[in-house]
Design a protein around this ligand. Structure first.
Ligand SMILES: Cc1cc2nc3c(=O)[nH]c(=O)nc-3n(C[C@H](O)[C@H](O)[C@H](O)COP(=O)(O)OP(=O)(O)OC[C@H]3O[C@@H](n4cnc5c(N)ncnc54)[C@H](O)[C@@H]3O)c2cc1C
Length: 497
């Protein structure tokens, strides 16, 4: 492939939510990216309608949380009802701000988010976005990776990341070996715009379980409301999306006088994870790497987590040209080993939820599914840890998510460090460490003396110091000056902190 010269550090194929987020995180690390997007404008119709507080926290790091806060809606929770409309199980979400500094669950309109991400990209110097450009071939050598586009343009970079959705060409190039978890169902998705207020529809998500056609109602922001209806094998796609059929499906809740149909589409909900996310200089992320049934509202969220996991690792490899090959390989391979178990846990749970919504005798099944060891039924957001990767040390907290307390001045923890590592430490341990010979660290250091509310984070994990990664998972911990020196030395050897 004849390329036009090195165009950027990273080429990103696809500017959906995953590619857009990745480019913005890379820019925060000072890394340039060229984003190649097939479509001329963003996909205008709704797909994802939910994201959680981990994702809002990543958006906070991109400096777009304020813009988003104006268009999202706090999600009060989910109710499961039987075919007669009787409540089977209530999953209320806390009304207040949660331990990540945001509500635990948000409703949104995907094109709103994509517009905000695109606007941010336009004003970011390190990102070049080329829309209306389709990549049709990818190659790599020891030194570089290159792509060719259908318009004949060719570009090369240090790495190529395929954020190019379910039919990813980058995944095909890496190797299309996929683990299929077996959930494959066709659902009809109907997005309606209310013409007048209909408070009786409610603000909760409603799972209509055990019906002939199990279905989900979603309260989206503004006038938007969504219904997802399970289809039967014999249902014909064209017939079920006809006007009369749509009103028939949702007639018990709204009719043509109450609402107009924004769009309806049949989706095949799949449950798949690609087995290989990296081949040398090529990577995949987002829907290119995994697909989940949407019952947990976690498909896009998983792609945003991929971007947050990968960007700082790519940045280290771009900046540190002298990194030993084995260190570079360990860092880049950890993307897949850390992310696959994490995303698989969400997919597993979404499949179980889908099975419960489909099943009869649902009350017993639901309670059994959500009953804790002490016998109480509790529905909480899941916060899976990462799989094995670059975590340092054997403490149980390594690879788990670190919450985001508010600071003394009312700002949130990440506002101090954006997408950089943070060391939270007791002042005594910091003094002991500073007294030792090699006390240099490259992360933001915050003591529990300066920020007393951070003590609860250390106490929760039973440690005196926590090293937090840019993606806000825990890299390592220490309880003594010796342990801390070892932790920081190891982190520094890999340029992690
Ligand atoms: C009905 C439904 C409901 C959903 N609900 C939720 C939810 O509530 N919460 C949630 O988190 N997720 C949800 N999802 C999933 C979510 O929409 C996707 O996971 C998310 O859009 C994936 O983002 P992505 O950037 O990885 O891929 P995409 O959004 O698919 O973007 C890929 C981009 O790559 C571009 N592209 C593809 N090939 C090429 C090429 N060769 N060259 C250049 N560009 C290319 C495409 O044009 C596209 O813009 C839902 C999905 C559906 C269908």
């Amino acid at each position: 492939m004849q390329s036009h010269g090195v165009s950027a550090d990273i080429i990103i194929v696809g500017c959906g939510p995953t590619g857009a987020t990745l480019s913005l995180l890379l820019a925060q690390c000072g890394i340039t990216s060229l984003v190649l997007e097939r479509e001329k404008s963003i996909y205008p119709l709704p797909r994802a309608v939910h994201f959680d507080d981990q994702i809002m926290r990543i958006f906070q790091g991109l400096n777009i949380a304020d813009a988003l806060a104006r268009v999202v809606r706090y999600n009060p929770g989910m109710r499961f009802v039987d075919p007669q409309g009787e409540l089977l199980l209530d999953w209320p979400r806390p009304e207040g701000i949660g331990e990540n500094g945001w509500h635990t669950s948000y409703r949104f309109h995907q094109p709103d988010l994509e517009n905000i991400l695109r606007n941010k990209i336009q004003s970011t110097a390190n990102i070049q976005l080329k829309s209306g450009v389709e990549v049709d071939a990818i190659e790599q050598s020891e030194q570089q990776a290159s792509v060719r586009c259908t318009n004949g343009e060719e570009y090369r970079a240090k790495y190529v990341v395929g954020c190019d959705g379910a039919n990813s060409i980058v995944r095909s190039t890496i190797g299309n070996d996929i683990q299929d978890f077996g959930f494959n169902e066709r659902w009809l998705v109907i997005d309606a715009l209310l013409k007048a207020n209909k408070p009786e529809l409610g603000d909760y998500t409603i799972q209509h379980c055990g019906r002939d056609r199990p279905s989900t109602y979603v309260r989206c922001p503004g006038d938007r409301r969504r219904w997802e209806i399970s289809l039967k094998p014999e249902d014909d796609t064209r017939t079920v999306t006809s006007d009369s059929s749509i009103w028939n499906f949702i007639g018990e809740w709204v009719n043509a006088e109450d609402a107009s149909i924004e769009r309806s589409a049949v989706y095949e909900f799949k449950s798949q994870v690609a087995k290989t996310w990296r081949r040398n200089r090529l990577f995949i992320a987002g829907d290119a790497a995994h697909l989940t049934p949407p019952f947990m509202g976690q498909g896009m969220c998983a792609g945003i987590r991929d971007a947050a996991n990968l960007a700082w690792k790519l940045a280290i490899c771009c900046r540190q040209q002298q990194l030993p090959d084995n260190t570079r390989a360990a860092l880049l391979d950890s993307y897949q080993t850390e992310r696959i178990p994490n995303v698989t846990e969400y997919i597993d749970t979404a499949i179980k939820l889908g099975a419960l919504i489909n099943s009869c005798g649902t009350e017993v099944a639901l309670k059994r599914a959500f009953t804790r060891d002490d016998g109480t039924v509790q529905l909480k957001s899941m916060v899976p840890t990462l799989g094995p990767g670059v975590g340092l040390g054997s403490n149980a907290c390594v690879g788990s998510w670190c919450i985001q307390p508010q600071l003394q001045n009312g700002t949130l923890l990440d506002d101090m460090a954006r997408y950089k590592p943070i060391l939270i430490i007791e002042p005594r341990l910091l003094r002991e460490h500073q007294a030792s010979a090699n006390a240099e660290t490259h992360c933001l250091v915050i003591t529990t003396q300066a920020e007393p509310d951070l003590q609860s984070v250390l106490t929760h994990h039973g440690v005196d110091a926590l090293l937090i990664r840019p993606d806000r998972y825990i890299l390592g911990s220490a309880n003594s000056a010796v342990e801390l020196a070892e932790l920081l030395n190891r982190a520094s050897a890999m340029h992690l902190a």
